[in-house]
Write a protein that binds this ligand. Structure first.
Ligand code: DOR
Ligand code: ZN
Length: 345
């Protein structure tokens, strides 16, 4: 096969940042995807519908003229212990909020305003359940006594499984799943529970963090896991199950903040998102399953129309740039300087 054409995909989990950084990274995504679910972990976080609307306007204003009509940001509200149920009603009525993001406080980048105790949010979650507004979950516990590689599994047991029992009609996206435990949980759950899978978790296992020395550009949260887990993710992504769909979690940080004694978590993949997924699917011998995963399952779960136009990937080797411009700093993309087999036309 030398070329594949698929319905234009959407990215169901993306970090765009703000200001100059937003302007630097947005074109990468807007060239490939029709829509993206935009994460609200800014500083300050996007905790009200007013902030959502203002952020959405900044994203639209940052789109280059050539991409102006072709890309739609789908917005999320950042859940806190104090988000009132009335804000859920406002979010629903705004028509632009597609989900509410749960960050356990302290779990990851700019999550300190997140939820300290899920019980504080029950009334708000009930409002989401009643108003059919999905909960998007960063599924890791923050308990310092839990091993970093077990944080996702323990989150399922302690928080997520009980939550699905308490709110059976709440639609939940388990974001960036990284373990076979998470895959099994999603499969066993009702049709209200789905998951995104990143390209980097499909392509890399935890050895990549320590390949010949410490590799800060392979550090993200949830952290890369063992090979058995990567295999389970690949099976889930390529298996045709509509509960699994594309979410890059592309998360830009400057080179200086990554190559640092306390480096930030996040892998930037927007420069070659669909090509990276194509590489993973090709490795699994399942390129024919890419379209449903990238372009159908997410839209169906979010109850949005599938895209009508298409993109084409050619089998054409190209080299990923060593670095990208990032608001006066440098951004190191995943697989900088390495070659990829597929290229979007
Ligand atoms: O690696 C990550 N980076 N994981 C997250 O959950 C947040 C993200 C970011 O915003 O940098
Ligand atoms: Zn994320």
């Amino acid at each position: 096969m030398s070329s594949i054409t698929i319905t234009r995909p959407d990215d169901w989990h993306l970090h765009l940042r703000d200001g100059e950084q937003l302007r630097a990274v947005l074109p990468h995504t807007a060239k490939q995807f029709a829509r993206a679910i935009i994460m609200p972990n800014l500083k300050p976080p996007v905790v009200t519908v007013d902030r959502v609307l203002a952020y959405r306007a900044r994203i639209l204003a940052a789109l280059p003229a050539s991409l102006q009509s072709g890309f739609e940001p789908l917005m999320t509200l950042y859940l806190t212990d104090n988000t009132p149920p009335s804000e859920i009603i406002r979010a629903k009525e705004s028509g632009v909020v597609q989900g509410v993001k749960l960050y356990p406080a302290g779990a990851t980048t700019h999550s300190d305003a997140g939820v300290t105790d899920i019980a504080q949010c029950y009334a708000t979650l009930e409002a989401m359940e009643q108003n059919n507004l999905p909960l998007l979950v960063h599924g890791e516990v923050t308990d310092p006594d839990v091993d970093v590689f077990d944080k996702e599994k323990v989150f399922i047991d302690r928080i997520l499984a009980p939550l699905t029992q308490r709110f059976p009609d709440l639609r939940i996206v388990f974001e960036h799943v990284t373990t076979r435990d998470a895959v099994a949980f999603v499969k066993e759950s009702s049709s209200h529970v789905a998951a995104t899978i990143t390209a980097h978790h499909l392509l890399l296992n935890r050895n990549a963090i320590f390949q010949g020395g410490i590799r800060p550009h392979h550090f993200c949260l949830p952290v890369l896991k063992r090979e058995i887990h990567r295999q389970a993710l690949l099976e889930a992504a390529t298996g045709g199950d509509p509960k699994f769909f594309l979410g890059t979690d592309s998360a830009p940080h400057s080179q200086a903040s990554k190559e640092n004694a306390c480096g930030c978590a996040g892998i930037f993949t927007a420069h070659a998102a669909i090509e990276l997924y194509a590489a993973a699917f090709e490795q699994a011998g399942a390129l024919d399953k890419l379209e449903a995963f990238a372009s159908f399952h997410g839209a169906d779960f979010y109850q949005l129309a599938r895209n009508k136009d298409s993109i084409t990937l050619n089998k054409e080797s190209w080299v990923i740039p060593e670095q990208l411009e990032f608001a006066g700093e440098k951004l190191i993309p995943l697989f900088a300087g390495e070659s990829l087999a597929w290229k979007m036309v």
